[in-house]
Design a protein around this ligand. Structure first.
Ligand SMILES: NC(=O)c1ccc[n+]([C@@H]2O[C@H](COP(=O)([O-])OP(=O)(O)OC[C@H]3O[C@@H](n4cnc5c(N)ncnc54)[C@H](OP(=O)(O)O)[C@@H]3O)[C@@H](O)[C@H]2O)c1
Length: 220
């Protein structure tokens, strides 16, 4: 049994991760701004009113969790704006940086006292943050913020290695959720199942890896 904290737990991939973790017997702390009937139905410990971009909110979460040891932290909360070259909305780009890039770093460092040797941090990023893989352009805010979180995750991996904490950057696939308007190639149950397989297999020797949920190593 592992104790796992998941952000973005009220819907989409985060919700499905919570469901599968619970089913396999892990103890889940589901973090969200506002719970949902689907999350409530899982009967988990839900920590709501947590906005991952808000420092005070995160400090409150750390206080509520004082003394709790986490085996795994999954940073799943994220947003996607549609910023094409002719419709650059700088505020939207800034917001995506806050949620997708700064928040996973801030959540991880705020909750670091709860992690220890053998703990893991998973950051749900996107292959759209890969510079090498970008062959279609556009999506400025999303691509830039996911590239930035990849760098944050890589530095975290290096900085936390000595403490025995492994970090993985994981692309969940193209998943049918609200974010994609329920288009995509896979459903969130398949995404969550394969993400958990990647996280389970993560060794400290591979810390800083950038993986597709299907197990492929992704280029930066
Ligand atoms: N779906 C895909 O194909 C795909 C592909 C690549 C990467 N990803 C990544 O996978 C992760 C999950 O995506 P998804 O498809 O499950 O998206 P989703 O269904 O739109 O869910 C997004 C989640 O993030 C939460 N969130 C957003 N802003 C937040 C904030 N400021 N504070 C706290 N929570 C916040 C949302 O909570 P609220 O309900 O409160 O808004 C929701 O729980 C994201 O990081 C996304 O970038 C998804």
């Amino acid at each position: 049994m592992q104790r796992v904290l998941v952000t973005g737990a009220n819907r989409g991939i985060g919700l499905e991760l919570c469901k599968q973790l619970k089913t396999r017997g892990d103890e889940v702390i589901a973090v969200c701004r506002q719970s949902s009937p689907a999350l409530d139905a899982l009967g988990l410990r839900v920590e709501d009113s947590i906005d991952v971009t808000d420092a005070e909110s995160l400090a409150g979460l750390a206080q509520r969790l004082e003394g709790v040891r986490l085996d795994l932290l999954i940073n799943c909360a994220g947003i996607m704006g549609r910023n094409s070259l002719d419709k650059l909305d700088v505020e939207s780009i800034r917001k995506q940086f806050e949620v997708n890039a700064i928040a996973p770093l801030r959540v991880s460092t705020t909750l670091l006292p709860l992690l220890g040797e053998g703990s893991k941090i998973a950051i749900i990023t996107s292959r759209m943050g890969s510079i090498a893989d970008n062959d279609s352009g556009g999506a400025y805010g999303y691509r830039m913020s996911k590239a930035a979180v990849n760098m944050a995750g890589k530095s975290l991996a290096i900085d936390l290695r000595e403490q025995g904490i492994a970090v993985a950057l994981l692309h969940p696939g193209w998943v049918r959720t609200d974010m994609t308007g329920h288009t995509g190639l896979i459903d969130s149950d398949e995404s969550a199942k394969t993400l958990l397989a990647r996280i389970d297999s993560l060794q400290l020797s591979e810390t800083g890896a950038f993986w597709h949920q299907n197990g492929e190593a992704l280029p930066w």
